[in-house]
Write a protein that binds this ligand. Sequence first.
Ligand SMILES: *Cc1c(COP(=O)(O)O)cnc(C)c1O
Length: 792
Amino acid sequence: MALDGITPQELRDAVLWHLTYTLGKDPGHASLYDWRMAMSFSLRDRIVEPWFDSTRLTYETGAKRVYYLSLEFLIGKMLNDAATNLGLRDVAERALEGLGPRFDELVADEPDAALGNGGLGRLAACFMESLATLGVPAHGYGIRYEHGLFRQRFEGGRQVETPEDWLKQKHPWEFERPEVAYEIGFKGSVHGDSWSPGESVMATAHDMPIVGWQGKWANTLRLWAAESTNLLDLDRFNAGDYTAAAEPEALARTISRVLYPDDTTYAGKELRLKQEYFMVSAALQDILRRYFVTQTDPRQLHKHVAIQLNDTHPAIAGPELIRLLMKRGLTFEEGAGVAERVLNYTNHTLLPEALERWSTWLMGNVLPQHMDLIERLDDRHRKAHPDRPKHVGIVQNNEVHMGNLAFIMANKVNGVSALHTDLVKETVFADLHALHPGRIVNQTNGVTPRRWLKLANPALATLITDTIGEGWEADLDRLQELEPHIGDNGFATAFGAAKRANKVALSNWIGETTGIATDPDAIFDIQIKRIHEYKRQLMNILQTVALWHRIRQDPDGDWVPRVKIFGGKSAPGYAVAKEIVHLINDVAAVINADPQVKGLLKVVYPPNYNVSMAERLIPAADLSEQISTAGKEASGTGNMKFALNGTPTIGTLDGANVEIRERVGAENFFLFGMTADEVVARRRIPDHARLAIEASQTLRDVLQIVAEGRFSPDDPDRYHGIVDRMWHHDYFLVASDFDAFDAAQSRVDSAWRDPAGWQRMAALNTARVGYFSSDRTIRGYMADIWDVTPAS
Ligand SMILES: *Cc1c(COP(=O)(O)O)cnc(C)c1O
């Protein structure tokens, strides 16, 4: 099934054909959008055959299938990804020569598919790509949100959200499947084992082919859109009541209208529960329909199907699968037995506020039969484990604990880094782990090297291919072969040139988008991720203030120039995170305008961080900020993208930082701060924050400057809340880790003064992190969780 070659001329003909016959445009009058559509359709055509072949082969071999259920897929742009994996990027560039826009202009014109909040959704997207690359028969299931993650703007330094509307233009990568539709019920009443829903909507499939590296295999990402089950109410319409006539349609569509922008906190909303059930029920109905095309015995489901639940969001899959199996004649007990062998659950967080809980009232109202089944599952587990502690129960204090439900219904439960998995065993699921030893396994996260190196960093990718030959893209451990070359003059020069070119490009883009001038020879020090207290952007900006203060005291000192770059969105309702956003912008405005600093320090915060911005920033980074409070970041994947692109980390022993440091070597990682155990111990000390601040002259000065209103002269009290919480609360231990962080930043400066040494460190990061390919992660899931082998 190797991809047939295509010449630039052939692709050019295809583009012109689509422009004419699909878009109905004369090339002389085509817009950028028209050209992008025509190119997208032409490349999509190249995916259809491997896609059909993959499906056919899966049916022929009867291979076990993997289903990845996720409320989020943070995909980003698709055109460049498809061109890269098809090996047609150069061909596409040449095909367009002399026609009109350049290929990179088409790429830039595409809106990001932002159907996710951050790391969890991006992981799902990397997994889909790796599953296709490895030739695993797999489907992703999610929701086709009309509005993805909100757009972020700054007004007077404050975050302002506006709706995202990626579907306003045609989405050329999807195939609508009006014939694939399932009815999804809510509410109503239950009589025995039969449920009469009081409301229902239709879930309609939209398929996106996901093509793997070299176009050998393609899987489907099936996203569900909600539609009304009712036809237009013609009587009302004819009577002139147009609003009422359109109401059922509008209500139904609400379910797939918006992505919840709550990154880590549980959204106690009926609509959210409906979204979760909507996706899960449609997916499971679809999975069973496909199963019964070739099979007859539902008790054998586990031999043919493995289902992965990405966090607790799809955890209603347990009772729903049982319900659907009971409709096919199985008893409750048989259905539960099947479900337990098929379902698996990935835990992504230890933050207690992020483990979903629903009131039994809400669950009983929205999903009455599921509430019954949940009670029965809880009884069943209690009977099997009569001595089980109370708090492992699924239902406690009139709440359904989705984490416990997901765990109890799972064949395997996994954490996402070695440290995180240990903490899962010791904390949130300690008692369930004791009852079910062997159920929890680790699968350290990874990222796809096709998008995060080949596509995002062509300069470095080319150097790698020139140095170790082709093939590393799907065999990332081969990056180790770079190591013997790192000392070579030729390699060192080229590596430095690649990084510098990326920094010049970023500096130009920053100038265009923010108007701030930045020096490409300064350290590009980057922290990009969701804004959250545990990620400690606050510590980073306060340390920036400390540096500014120092420079002002000695403006002619021998300072290492720095550009501090921030990126990230706060959840709209997360007030503390929004204050931090505001503070970063206020600090940036003052520092960037301070003549005494003479450009030695710049602070940049481009708005609307997303996948495309990550692709732009990461290849140009010198320093990767991974500074979360130890024990709070489950894994992180941003940390892996940076290291892969030749960027040393300044970081704590948290999440996958631990494993990154083990692999790149302690001497190539700027470690600081308390360990997870020390964090727990420190929190027990009353007044830990005050003690830490009193012990640090630097931090005291910084907090004084902020409290005085130096960054908010128009509103001097603006940051009293932040400063006050630092002194009296500081749950995430910014104060306790501050001096260690500041000292680590000084070590960064010292290391930077030795350019050859720095560059060696950067190159060793690239050479030693092949392990963090999501191909390795998926192979781990295949062996330890799904029991599947590739079909191709
Ligand atoms: C990789 C990625 C993330 C996750 O970053 P972390 O630093 O691991 O939190 C979030 N958002 C986007 C757009 C990403 O590409």
